[in-house]
Structures are given as C-alpha cells and as structure tokens.
Design a binder for this molecule. Structure first.
Ligand SMILES: [Zn+2]
Length: 225
C-alpha cells in the first residue's frame, strides 16, 4: 500500500440537469476534462476517485468511463435527492453497485454541517447513512462532508454515529489508516497542464506543514456562534 494517496473529488460532469446553487457551476467539469483526469489515474495505486452530490452524471457519464478504464470509485450520495430530477435514482444506485462502485453518505439535503440545529442533526448525520444502507443493502459508514465544512462538533457527531471514514475537502495527501481524509476537488478551470499537478501535489515540507496547520485549526475550532 502506498504511504499516502491523493483523493480527488468530482461533482458534476457535462451539462447539469438540475438548477445549481450560486457558484456551484465552478465545480462542474466537461467530459473532456473528466476523461483527462481518469487517464492520469489509470494504473496509479496512489490516486483514488470520489464523487459528491449524486448528480445524474455519476451514472450517465462517469460510470461508463470508469468501467472502460477498469477504475473504481466511491459515490457520496445525498439521501434526500435520490430520484429527484437531475440526480441519481434508485436504478442508478443499483447500477453503481453492480459495477463494483461503493456508496457513502453526503448527508440528506446538502447543507452546512457546522450550522445544523434541531432535527437536522439526526437527519444529516444518522438518518442519511441509514437510508442509503437500506437502499444499497450494505452498511454505509463513510461520509464526505458537504462543502468540506467541519469543526470539532461535526467530527464528534460523526464519530458518535459510527462513521469509519470521513472525507473533507482540505487538499493534499491522505494517509491510509487515518480517520479523516483530505481530498482535492476538480474545478471548471482545470487545464490539461494542471491535471498532472492534481495527482502529484507538492510534497515539500512547507506545503505539508501549511496544510497540517490549516486542518488542525478546522478540527479543533468550536461550532459557529
Ligand atoms: Zn456536495
């Protein structure tokens, strides 16, 4: 096993089939950009692929291209969006699983987990993975935090809910065996030249220290007042 891996996050590919939130279009890539990323990931044991938000493009565009290259990925779905227009439906979930992909939770409604109150805590952290487990017929114990927004309260809730792996969006390398794993998101401005840098981020002491410090601040900060 490599000593560290780079985990990439794909949101949407091609033309969105639902209305996007403000700024969300920045996380959508073209089919061409997506294929270039897949091509550099082929044969790389230190590159992992994840998909967030459960967009229809996961099944329509990503799945056939992953299969063509014998790649697997983890799909973090929103329990509350399954079957809605533009999102993966139950047949799509079955297609992902049948193709050897795995499914994790991205919550219920795509909201900021640092700002949950009342019933939304249980819905986002506990009920979403439970619903996805019912749908897939397998335990769902991995989560990708929406917007990469977390603090010590969010992490302690996820631990309490029995989550075994937590993905953030902090960038940099992820160390196998740890509980929290940083990821790097694809953006619409991804150039061909930048694709190589995506899977080989700098290993310099300075870059590593900077990322570790930023993660420590997030991890220990209290909930917003
Ligand atoms: Zn998301």
């Amino acid at each position: 096993m490599p000593d560290s891996v780079v985990v990439l996050t794909v949101h949407g590919i091609g033309a969105p089939k639902r209305s996007l939130d403000p700024g969300e279009d920045r996380t959508w890539v073209t089919v061409d950009q997506f294929e270039r990323v897949l091509d550099v990931a082929v044969g790389r044991r230190d590159v992992r692929l994840t998909f967030d938000d459960g967009n229809e493009s996961d099944v329509e565009l990503a799945l056939p291209r992953l299969l063509e290259r014998s790649l697997t990925a983890e799909f973090f779905l929103l329990a509350g969006r399954i079957g809605r227009s533009g999102s993966v439906d139950e047949a799509g979930v079955r297609a992902l699983l049948a193709a050897g992909m795995s499914v994790g939770s991205h919550g219920w409604d795509h909201v900021d987990w640092r700002r949950l109150g009342g019933d939304s805590v249980a819905r986002e952290i506990v009920e979403a993975p439970r619903r996805l487990a019912e749908l897939t017929g397998r335990p769902v114990r991995r989560v990708a935090i929406p917007f990469g927004s977390y603090d010590r309260v969010v992490l302690s809730r996820l631990k309490e809910a029995g989550m075994e792996r937590v993905y953030t969006s902090d960038g940099g390398r992820s160390v196998p065996g740890r509980w929290v794993h940083p990821r790097t998101s694809l953006h619409d401005d991804l150039t061909q030249a930048a694709v190589a840098g995506l899977v080989d981020p700098p290993r310099t002491v300075k870059a590593t220290a900077r990322r570790a410090a930023a993660r420590a601040v997030k991890r220990w900060r209290p909930a917003p007042g």
